[in-house]
Design a protein around this ligand. Structure first.
Ligand SMILES: Nc1nc2c(c(=O)[nH]1)N[C@H]1C(S)=C(S)[C@@H](COP(=O)(O)O)O[C@H]1N2
Ligand SMILES: [Mo]
Length: 230
C-alpha cells in the first residue's frame, strides 16, 4: 500500500497530525514525500509479510494474571502533554500526540505475556502497530535496530524485524480497557514474539539506528539475553 493510501485508510487528513512544537517537520511534509521510494533493504522488511503467532480466544483472557512488574518508580505522564518522539535514522522524524496516535488504525490481539521470573498471562492488547509508526517515519537505508526510551529511565533495544512484526504494538488498551498507569500508560510495547522485559512501558522515544550502542537495555546490561524471543 502506498503511504498516501495508508494515510487515507487511517482516516487522517494531512492536517490531522500537524506537529506544532519540538521543531520536527509537520505532517504535511510527510504526505508530500510519500512517493519517494524506501531503501531496498528496509523496504523489503517492511513489505515482507511475517507469519502471525496463533492468538487466544476472548474467553481465555486471564484478567488477574498479569502481574505489575516495574524495576523502579511509576512515572506520572500528563496525557495532554505526552509526545511520542520517533527519531534517529529516519527521513521524517515525528512527534506524535496521543490524539495523533489514536487516529491511526487500531489492532487488537490476544496473546500470552511471558515473564522470565516465572509467570505468564493471556492478555488482550489494543494499539497501533509499531510497523505503521516506523513506516510513517520513513526509515533510512541501513536501519537495523530500534531503541525504546521510557519515562522511568527503562530502556530497550530490538531488532528491526521484530519491530515490524504484525503482532508488535504500541498499546494503549489492555483487556478492553484504557491502559492503566502501572501497566505503562499512556503507551507501551506489547508483542506476541518477545519476553516480558522487552515490552517497555511508558515509552516516550523510539530511535532507529544502524548499530547497537554500548547499552542494549536495562536488563540486558545486567546479563539478560538480548533477543529474548518467544
Ligand atoms: N518502563 C518499564 N517497562 C517495563 C518494565 C519496567 O520495569 N519498566 N518491566 C518489564 C517486565 S520485566 C515485564 S514482565 C513487563 C510487565 O508488564 P506489566 O507491569 O504491565 O505486567 O513490563 C516490562 N516493561
Ligand atoms: Mo518480566
Amino acid at each position: 500500500m502506498q503511504r498516501r493510501d495508508f494515510l487515507k485508510a487511517a482516516g487522517i487528513s494531512s492536517s490531522g497530525l500537524i506537529l506544532s512544537s519540538c521543531g520536527v517537520p509537520i505532517f504535511a511534509d510527510i504526505v508530500g514525500a510519500v512517493s519517494e521510494p524506501f531503501n531496498q533493504q528496509v523496504e523489503e522488511l517492511l513489505f515482507k509479510p511475517q507469519t502471525p503467532v496463533p492468538e487466544f480466544a476472548a474467553s481465555q483472557i486471564e484478567p488477574g494474571q498479569l502481574i505489575v512488574n516495574t524495576f523502579g518508580f511509576t512515572p506520572e505522564i500528563d496525557p495532554t502533554q505526552f509526545r511520542l518522539i520517533i527519531d534517529g535514522e529516519v527521513n521524517q522524524p515525528l512527534s506524535l500526540s496521543l490524539a495523533d496516535i489514536h487516529k491511526l488504525p487500531m489492532t487488537s490481539m490476544i496473546i500470552r505475556h511471558v515473564c522470565v521470573e516465572g509467570w505468564a498471562a493471556i492478555v488482550q492488547w489494543g494499539g497501533v502497530r509499531l510497523r505503521d509508526l516506523i513506516q510513517l517515519a520513513q526509515p533510512k537505508s541501513g536501519v537495523q535496530y530500534v531503541y525504546f526510551q521510557s519515562a522511568d529511565r527503562y530502556s530497550e533495544s530490538w531488532d528491526l524485524r521484530s519491530c515490524l512484526h504484525p503482532q508488535t504494538l504500541m498499546a494503549y488498551q489492555k483487556n478492553g480497557q484504557p491502559l492503566a498507569i502501572e501497566n505503562g500508560a499512556p503507551l507501551r510495547l506489547a508483542s506476541a514474539i518477545k519476553l516480558g522485559y522487552k515490552q517497555s512501558k511508558w515509552v516516550t522515544r523510539i530511535t532507529l539506528v544502524n548499530q547497537l550502542g554500548r547499552s542494549r537495555g536495562y536488563w540486558e546490561d545486567q546479563g539478560y539475553e538480548w533477543f529474548a524471543g518467544l
